[in-house]
Design a protein around this ligand. Structure first.
Ligand SMILES: Cc1ncc(COP(=O)(O)O)c(C=O)c1O
Length: 379
């Protein structure tokens, strides 16, 4: 059997990792400024994470959601306390798309509506509603094109007001820092206004924190830089540091109904052990603060390096976009094959940095040196 060939692959096989470094099958070391697409939060192969998952799997790997699983309760309590959402409820699933899918369903169960507002360039996943709320016609199959979603420009409050005031909008879904969209930041006035409009028209405000959340922005959630309180918050990627997991944080105004949501694998014992270990390490090693400090340092160093072809550097914490006046393709490829450094990308011209949150100042400096060596001679 052949693999279904949907991924354009780099000719590299990563075999092991430690912190913010990975090694390939030839033993070559790479600096990881990509974190396996924002998934590695506490760092590769953290000893506490290994210990907790090993301990759990040696006792019980899985049992269904038909019996009590105290690890889910422990996770809800820990996450509530560390994120400041102690009065919220937690529903666990296995991926980011599933988190958004369930958030949109919950919103529709709540107010009975079917219309969704999303942001131009948004990415919310590849399942039916999540992909419909994703602003990329190439990945929306005809069966997913059901006219539920209107895309509006980020930070254009009057455009959002015109739609929300019609009174038929079920939910607004937004990444406060767009990832795939190219590290675009929502601003404070816009989010404040959006929250007010949603509250006035019984529209549900969903913040997708799947990429920008869980400490990456230098606060636990990116929307916490903007002073808003969403009705629903979706999380995935870094919450399991590589163990597949997603979640929806649900405000107290939603009442759970038996059977309305459900999943076989969501919140299983192993996933919970992984997620609890992630929160332990984030606290123990002050990783949210580290993301703020090292991210700030990295952005400032990149700015003062005055590199040719760099036209903008934007982001928060360890979620950084470097916009170039040339396609990123050659730069990214040279970073990987000549400088042995993984980076992400957006659109055609933006390099996207999503390193593990344990990145050190020294490693940030090494990245600036690598960028300088690639860009300074002229490309
Ligand atoms: C902001 C955002 N939402 C949702 C998703 C979908 O997550 P998953 O691939 O786990 O379904 C992603 C994935 O890149 C994302 O960046």
């Amino acid at each position: 059997m052949q693999l279904f060939d949907v991924y354009p692959l780099f000719d590299v096989t990563i075999e092991r990792g430690k912190g913010a470094k990975v090694w390939d099958s030839n033993g070559t070391e790479y600096l990881d400024l990509y974190g396996g697409h924002a998934v590695i939060s506490i760092g590769h192969s953290h000893p506490h994470y290994i210990e907790k998952i090993t301990e759990q799997v040696s006792k019980l790997g899985f049992y269904s959601n038909s019996v009590k699983n105290p690890l889910q309760q422990q996770l809800a309590e820990k996450l509530g306390s560390v994120s400041g959402y102690e009065d919220y409820q937690l529903f666990l699933i296995n991926s980011g798309a599933e988190a958004n899918e369930n958030a949109l369903k919950l919103a529709s169960f709540y107010n009975g509506r079917t219309r969704v507002l999303s942001v131009e360039k948004a990415f919310h996943g590849r399942t039916s509603l999540a992909v419909e709320a994703t602003n990329n016609p190439k990945i929306i199959a005809p069966i997913n094109a059901n006219n539920h979603v209107t895309f509006l420009p980020l930070n254009d409050l009057p455009a959002w007001e015109r739609e929300i005031s019609k009174g038929d909008v079920c939910a607004c879904i937004i990444e406060c820092i767009q990832g795939v969209g190219g590290i675009r930041l929502a601003d404070k006035d816009f989010m404040y206004g959006l929250q007010k409009l949603c509250a006035a028209h019984n529209t549900v405000l969903i913040c997708d924190e799947i990429q920008c959340g869980y400490g990456r922005s230098g606060k636990f959630f990116a929307h916490q830089h903007l002073g808003v309180t969403p009705d629903l918050i979706t999380v995935a990627k870094g919450i399991g540091n590589g163990f597949p997991m997603g979640g929806v944080l649900i405000s107290p105004k939603f009442t759970p109904v038996y059977g309305q949501l459900g999943t076989t694998f969501g919140g299983n014992h192993l996933a919970c052990a992984a997620a609890l270990a992630v929160l332990d390490v984030m606290k123990e090693e002050n990783l949210v603060k580290n993301a703020a400090t090292v991210g700030n340092h990295l952005m400032e160093s990149l700015k003062s390096a005055n590199l040719p072809h760099v036209v903008d550097i934007r982001g928060l914490g360890l979620m950084i976009g470097i916009e170039l006046d040339i396609p990123y393709k050659e730069v990214r490829s040279k970073l990987l094959f000549e400088e042995h450094c993984f980076t992400g990308c957006s659109g055609t011209n933006v390099l996207r940095l999503l390193p593990p949150l344990c990145l050190t100042i020294e490693q940030a400096d090494q990245f600036v040196e690598k960028m300088t060596r690639i860009l300074k001679p002229g490309i």
